[in-house]
Design a protein around this ligand. Structure first.
Ligand code: MLT
Ligand code: MN
Length: 293
């Protein structure tokens, strides 16, 4: 299985358009210790030719341009992207679908919750349903590409920010899922970019994968309040803090944090927080990182 990190940042990216903290200013300035990151997404392939995207971030065009494997190769129009699996309906997880609108066939896999959100918004009708097929992620395993089998990891979450007024902030079935992908050799990848609680199911699903990309939104629960960048804790946003994750899921080769918010001090490669995470055996994902399992 081939894995490419298309984007490692949380919603807003790094730097975020309106963020003027020291961290973000270093990234705007191009400091090599503060590499810029696009919004979280992975590309996965069994054969190196056909690719599955995990989430479709608002930065998808830039990510495709930056990734040779995803360039169209057959004229006049084509794409190695054959399938997209969505783990939620947040802006940073699905608005990239709007970029994939140029009459190209591919398949989108989403929970019935996420499909309902998409169906309720007519802007997604830019995806011509005679070419773009929607499939529902349910209980059973599915194969978004030949040679790759996907199962879900039940992951506590909440409805997207833009639905909080209508739906509230309580746990909602299918609003956010983790996924596990296994290839024909039995190698496995777990992608859990949004997780509100470290349940035994989550810890188990995360611990057993050969490659793991886990919610690394914030380093500490209250970091945005302390820096004056926001009013919300990580928990209120549906995320666990990195410091709790490393205490429950021991680090080793293949364990990565992804979906890193622009307030997280680990974004500075020279920070003490980054060192703590790396000393615990975890890695911070960065755009363009490639893993072959
Ligand atoms: C999140 O991960 O909490 C959301 O993507 C936040 C947002 O919608 O900006
Ligand atoms: Mn997000």
């Amino acid at each position: 299985m081939k894995i490419i990190v298309l984007g490692a940042a949380a919603g807003g990216g790094f730097p975020q358009w309106n963020a003027a903290s020291a961290l973000n200013r270093q990234a705007f300035a191009g400091d090599p210790n503060h590499p810029r990151l696009t919004q979280a997404s992975l590309a996965v392939s069994a054969n190196g030719d056909d690719w599955l995207l995990l989430n479709a971030s608002p930065d998808i065009r830039q990510q495709i341009v930056a990734t040779t494997e995803l360039h169209p190769k057959t004229a006049p129009r084509s794409s190695p992207i054959k399938s997209v699996v969505l783990t939620g309906a947040d802006v940073d997880a699905l608005t990239g679908l709007l970029t994939l609108r140029e009459r190209q066939p591919f398949t989108i896999w989403a929970t019935s919750y996420v499909r309902r959100v998409i169906d309720a918004n007519p802007i997604f009708d830019v995806l011509d349903r005679s070419l773009v097929t929607f499939q529902t992620i349910g209980e059973s395993a599915f194969a978004p590409l030949p040679g790759l089998t996907v199962t879900t990891i039940a992951t506590p979450g909440k409805p997207p920010l833009y639905l909080e007024r209508i739906e509230g902030i309580g746990a909602t079935e299918g609003a956010s899922i983790g996924i596990r992908i296994t290839d024909a050799k039995g190698k496995s990848l777990a992608f859990i970019p949004s997780c509100a609680e470290l349940t035994p199911t989550v810890v188990d699903g995360a611990s057993n994968a050969d490659a793991l990309f886990f919610d690394g939104t914030m380093f500490t629960d209250d970091e945005m309040i302390r820096t004056g960048e926001g009013q919300k804790t990580a928990a209120r946003m549906g995320h666990v803090a990195m410091s709790d994750v490393v205490s429950k899921i021991p680090g080793r080769k293949g364990r990565h944090f992804i979906h890193i918010n622009n307030s997280n001090p680990v974004l500075n490669r020279a920070s003490t927080e980054r060192k703590k995470i790396e000393d615990a055996g975890w890695h911070i994902a960065e755009d363009g990182m490639r893993i072959d399992l």
